[in-house]
Ligand binder design. Structure first.
Ligand SMILES: *Cc1c(COP(=O)(O)O)cnc(C)c1O
Length: 401
């Protein structure tokens, strides 16, 4: 158990209230700064982004937009239409432009795809990103495939294939790497799923963390985008928020069959981007930016690897295997995740995610993001200190009992 002073207890209650108001997501850092003015937030390890990629984007943005006065254009003019932005990505992604659908963040694509195409039955692996089951329309059945704790919440592909065959859904969802644990399924295994399950009308693969995953030490990108022409049922969903560190500008895209893109565009989404997002997309497709991004991507992957291996040495916690820029951590018995998160925030100014709202997790878990190497050092020290404190309290309580 973690003890709090009465003043701290107030903050803990306020934090729990804010979390409830944010539903199955976390309150933003802006909300926390506003509502918890007494807490000095130093590190946001809740949001899962690559800070070096954000810095790279800002460098370009300052040079090409702010310092040139082009900001006025971005605000005064309409952004390009969905199809036009899609076209700017086609060559870079090596995907036919008619297969690309631009979203105001991936969340809009998830909503569009789930609302329009999931008509009968959806299979979703849990624990996972909640929007996939929350956005299902009334009358559509949701079947949860419970990932097993003893498998570290990793997908057992053979079991999954036979489970899907027996349920005959029209839609299945794979998040790769998965959120909240970062478990990764290899491209060859996903291809096996696609080969074995041609009757599933939509195989949604969410690659929002794919830039952090790799299968060998060349760290090459493992995206399935190029397979969309081979598997007409494949729908790839891609958020730019995490691996490009630009959640605030709301940019994502989907890759799917041209008829699906047509159906969606016939229903709206004409100017769903904005000037800043369009600037980002054009930059993303540029060779000079891509080269610079590749450097910060690999730098961050390597630092992240180091962070995870050091975390694994911290006594008392269990760190689940991850191929993303965050880890799922199971806390020692007797420590409530909400208390641990509050303690980290109040005493050390580190914001991490409680996972007690995630369906499918058994135990007390937090999800911790990797930040810059300096911040990671601070996070490691603080977690150890916070655990020592909690475990000492635990021993004291036992002696009193
Ligand atoms: C964060 C996240 C999204 C949403 O991304 P946005 O582009 O910011 O809307 C989608 N899928 C997964 C798995 C995520 O973690």
């Amino acid at each position: 158990m973690i003890n709090f002073t009465p003043a701290e207890r107030q903050i803990v209650l306020q934090l729990e209230r804010l979390k409830r108001q944010a539903g199955s997501h976390s309150p933003s850092i802006f909300t926390l700064r506003q509502k918890l003015a007494d807490v000095d937030i130093k590190v946001d390890a809740c949001f899962l982004s690559n800070p070096y990629a954000t810095e790279l984007f800002i460098e370009y943005f300052n040079r090409e937009i702010l310092e040139t006065g082009r900001m006025r254009d971005l605000m005064e003019c309409y952004p390009s239409q969905n199809r036009v932005i899609a076209e700017t990505l086609a060559d870079f992604l090596r995907v036919d432009r008619r297969r690309i659908f631009i979203g105001n963040g991936a969340i809009e694509i998830i909503q569009a795809v789930i609302h329009n195409f999931a008509r009968r039955k959806v299979i979703i692996n849990i624990p996972t990103f909640s929007s996939y089951y929350e956005y299902v329309k009334p009358g559509v059945e949701v079947v949860f495939n419970l990932l097993k704790k003893e498998d570290h919440y990793e997908l057992d592909v053979d079991e999954y294939i036979s489970m899907v065959k027996s349920h005959q859904p029209d839609t299945i969802v794979l998040i790769n790497p998965n959120n909240p644990n970062g478990a990764y399924t290899k491209v060859s295994a996903i291809q096996r799923i696609l080969e074995e399950l041609p009757f599933v009308e939509q195989v949604i693969v969410d690659e929002s963390f794919i830039h952090f995953a790799y299968e060998d030490e060349s760290y090459g990108l493992m995206s399935l985008s190029h397979l969309a022409s081979r598997y007409p049922n494949l729908v790839v969903v891609k958020s730019m928020s995490k691996d490009f560190g630009v959640a605030g500008i709301r940019a994502g895209y989907g890759i799917m069959s041209p008829d699906r893109v047509e159906t969606l565009l016939a229903n709206g989404y004409l100017w769903n981007s904005n000037g800043l997002a369009e600037y980002f997309f054009r930059l993303y497709a540029r060779e000079d930016f891509a080269r610079r991004y590749e450097e910060v991507r690999i730098k961050y992957i390597l630092e992240n690897l180091q962070f995870i291996s050091r975390l694994k040495q911290v006594e008392g916690i269990k760190v689940y295997p991850s191929m993303a820029n965050f880890v799922l951590i199971e806390l020692p018995a007797g420590i409530r995740s909400a208390d641990f998160v509050a303690k980290l925030l109040i005493t050390y100014g580190i914001y991490v995610r409680v996972c007690d709202d995630k369906i499918g997790l058994e135990g007390q878990f937090i999800r911790l993001a990797s930040r810059s190497s300096i911040e990671n050092d601070y996070i490691l020290q603080s977690i150890s200190a916070c655990l020592d404190f909690s475990l000492v309290k635990e021993l004291e309580n036992e002696q009193v009992d």
